[in-house]
Design a protein around this ligand. Structure first.
Ligand code: HEC
Ligand code: HEC
Length: 324
């Protein structure tokens, strides 16, 4: 993690002394060189001499001393570098007397911004998800968070338009659409994995793919589907006898029109032969409670949110529930 990163990754002190040594010796060498080149000054009245050598036949030079402004500029730079190396990290693993590091500066700025954010998020913390979803200000903030952190996978309209990412607006959920389940998806991430090659051969994959299509009432080859019916036993443990999946367990319904990887015969065959693996990253550490809460409400309010199963929704929240 960036914030905790303060120790330079030298494995032995050798490199510390090696680098610090080269730096110090270089500075001293530059000072010596500069001094050695500038002891000579023109005495009053003395004229600079033309040097003997010539380039390209007739290009010659005078032995003028270095211009003063240039010389003092150079000394100024040397003094600056020394002061810099005393104050800031730069000499091997010496941290500098100010103990500055980009990591601490970053985490200080981040906590300052987080504190500002917390003030804005305060009113929504601990409020019921469905009530937050109904609040226009919260919705606006949730949308901004969504566009920053979620859009690249789930699409700007949250319909998962890039393939392989679930649509968050359609009320078809892999892991549940009630507030707690959505919150768990966002904060802890999700992993969906379907093993490859459960059926062994491509012919069986074709048959079972047609059986899957028949379960959803879609156009299919009846003979192939009939042959696939018995083989679907290999799938029923996860997707259910009826292919409707397991709500909230991450096993997708194979009979609806919400496909992660495509619902054509070819795409279903590919799912069966190659297996599938979808990963939703966990956001709890990165975003913290308040932002996850706001995002949960935003996603819940996109049109697919379900009411919590156990407790009946309070009247105010019921009004706020999106029309399906
Ligand atoms: C790196 C891509 C990626 C990002 C970024 C991402 N997601 Fe996801 N998300 C996924 C994938 C992939 C899945 C489906 C996981 C699976 O197949 O099991 C998923 C699943 C979900 C689910 C569960 C959907 C269901 O049907 O149950 C929710 C809710 C969700 N994401 C919300 C979000 C939110 C909110 C953000 C932004 C904070 C976000 N995601 C950012 C890739 C991503
Ligand atoms: C061990 C549990 C398991 C078994 C057994 C299993 N699946 Fe899956 N299947 C999954 C999971 C989990 C996913 C979702 C993968 C993801 O989230 O990325 C999935 C996804 C799929 C998909 C893609 C759905 C979509 O929305 O695009 C198809 C099609 C599918 N399975 C068909 C089958 C068939 C047919 C069988 C039997 C041969 C089968 N599965 C057996 C767990 C399983």
């Amino acid at each position: 993690m960036i914030a905790g990163y303060a120790v330079p990754d030298f494995v032995s002190d050798f490199w510390h002394f090696y680098i610090a040594g080269i730096t110090i010796v270089s500075i001293i060498a530059v000072m010596w060189f500069l001094k050695a080149q500038t002891t000579q000054k023109l005495a009053p009245g003395e004229k600079a001499e033309l040097m003997e050598h010539a380039w390209d036949g007739d290009l010659q030079e005078f032995n003028n001393p270095l211009p003063r402004w240039w010389l003092y500029g150079f000394w100024g730079l040397i003094v600056f570098s020394i002061i810099y190396l005393v104050l800031y990290p730069g000499l091997g693993k010496f941290a500098g007397v100010w103990n500055w590091s980009s990591a601490t500066q970053y985490s200080e700025e981040k906590s300052r911004v987080d504190a500002e954010f917390d003030k804005v998020l305060e009113p929504f913390k601990g409020k019921d998800i469905m009530a937050v979803a109904a609040d226009p200000t919260a919705k606006e903030m949730g949308q901004r968070l969504y566009l920053t952190y979620c859009m690249q996978c789930h699409g700007s309209n949250a319909q998962g338009d890039g393939k392989n990412f679930p649509n968050l607006t359609d009320g078809q959920w892999l892991f549940g659409g009630d507030p707690d389940s959505i919150q768990a998806s966002i904060s802890g991430g999700r992993l969906g994995e379907m093993p490859a090659n459960l059926l062994g051969d491509e012919q069986s994959a074709k048959e079972v793919a047609n059986y899957v299509l028949s379960l959803g009432g879609k156009p299919h080859d009846a003979a192939l589907a009939a042959a696939g019916q018995a083989k679907f036993a290999a799938c029923a443990g996860c997707h259910g006898e009826d292919g409707k999946g397991m709500a909230a367990a991450g096993f997708p319904n194979l009979t609806d029109d919400a496909w992660l990887y495509g619902g054509s015969e070819a795409a279903i065959e590919e799912s069966i032969i190659k297996g599938r693996k979808g990963g939703m990253p966990a956001f709890q550490d990165m975003l913290g409670d308040a932002k996850v809460h706001l995002l949960t409400a935003y996603v819940w309010g996109l049109g697919g949110g379900e009411k919590p199963a156990a407790a009946p929704a309070p009247a105010a929240a019921a009004e706020a529930a999106p029309q399906q």
